[in-house]
Design a binder for this molecule. Structure first.
Ligand code: MRU
Length: 346
């Protein structure tokens, strides 16, 4: 079933291979990372992207860091700096900080127990990737029942195999419904400025033989008004303790439109995306990116070179707009602080 599903993160002979998503769909080229700084650079430029994927890549980055400890330097001090550098690359998706901190905790434990550090950290990173896959599958199972035969689904950005260790969150739910034999059609919004929807989501769905139509971001209100959308399913980069969701810029607008048209709005995300330390979405740090991403479409300059630009990479959708969260622990309908606490307190 998933033989053609792309694995964006691969460990081969002591090196980390990352599918360079900037080049898709034109070229399938893997970046070879031999240092943690290579991984940090790949995350910064979005060669690897998507909340779960950057967490897993960073975990393997920590494995690479073990081999970089200069002679005579304390290993844990070096690893703490590596974790800090990796974490600093992108602030919004909590999976990144979550993965780095988990790797540091394991490193501390391994040193205390006198275990072989490299081996122990590699096992942890591998385990994280496997866990992610299992969480994606569980979300797919929980979420697929929300997608009826014949449904027209709108998704935004890319929350697919490319954004995870290989199945997807929002696209995982769609894949699971497709695997049950349901006839589905997906609208992928292009997702300016970096076009993850146009370049990546359409590519993934076409490989799976799932019908997909590409639309520009500005078309989604019209689509809903024309009753062409039955359900919206997106991923998440961070979910606060009250159920507010940070996801790709444009998601909030979709949620408000969905509410106005009485269309269910679902967010699929694994436990690793939940941040119970933040009381609400107002506390989520929104990554600001470079102006040229907006002044250009790829290499093509489409605006005056000096024009002022605002380029937040994410926005926050308040919980009240979310019909349900689709998580690996089950569905959370009308998410609230108390329901989040019930499911994610441990
Ligand atoms: O800037 P990106 O491409 O990393 O943003 C990705 C998203 O916003 C995804 O929707 C989110 O990470 C969920 S991916 C399973």
């Amino acid at each position: 079933m998933n033989s053609h599903i792309t694995t964006p993160i691969q460990w081969r002979e002591d090196r980390l291979l990352l599918l360079d998503q900037r080049l898709l769909p034109g070229k399938e080229n893997y970046l070879v990372c031999t240092t943690y700084q290579d991984v940090a650079d790949a995350i910064s430029v979005l060669a690897v992207r998507g909340a779960p994927a950057i967490g897993i890549a960073a975990a393997y980055g920590m494995v690479l860091a073990v081999r970089q400890v200069p002679p005579g330097e304390d290993r844990l001090t070096f690893l703490a700096q590596a974790a800090k550098d990796l974490e600093a690359t992108r602030p919004t998706a909590v999976n990144l900080a979550w993965a780095c901190r988990r790797m540091l905790r394991v490193a501390n434990e391994a040193v205390k127990q006198g275990e072989e550090l490299l081996e122990r950290l590699w096992k942890e990173a591998y385990c994280m990737a496997q866990e992610d896959l299992a969480m994606n599958r569980a979300m797919g199972e929980h979420g697929q029942e929300l997608v009826a035969d014949g449904a027209n689904i709108l998704t935004h950005c890319n929350a697919g195999a490319l954004a995870t260790s290989g199945w997807g969150t929002a696209l995982g739910v769609i894949r699971a419904a497709h695997a049950k034999g349901r006839n589905l059609h997906v609208y992928a919004s292009e997702t300016r400025p970096l076009l993850q929807g146009a370049r990546l989501t359409t590519w993934e769905l076409m490989q799976d033989g799932i019908a997909v139509t590409l639309v520009t971001d500005g078309m989604v209100g019209h689509l809903m008004q024309q009753r062409k959308v039955d359900v919206v399913i997106v991923g998440a980069d961070r979910i606060a303790a009250n159920g507010d969701v940070a996801n790709k810029i444009g998601t909030y607008g979709l949620a408000v439109l969905a509410r106005a048209h009485n269309i269910p709005f679902y967010v699929a995300a694994p436990t690793s995306t939940v941040d119970m330390e933040l009381a609400s979405g107002e506390e989520i740090v929104i990554e600001q990116r470079q102006a040229d991403e907006v002044r250009q479409v790829g290499a093509l300059v489409v605006a005056p070179a000096e024009v002022k630009v605002y380029n937040p990479a994410f926005d926050v959708t308040p919980a009240e707009y979310i019909t349900a969260l689709i998580t690996d622990r089950g569905l959370i309908t009308a998410p609230s602080r108390s329901k989040m606490t019930e499911v994610f307190a441990t």
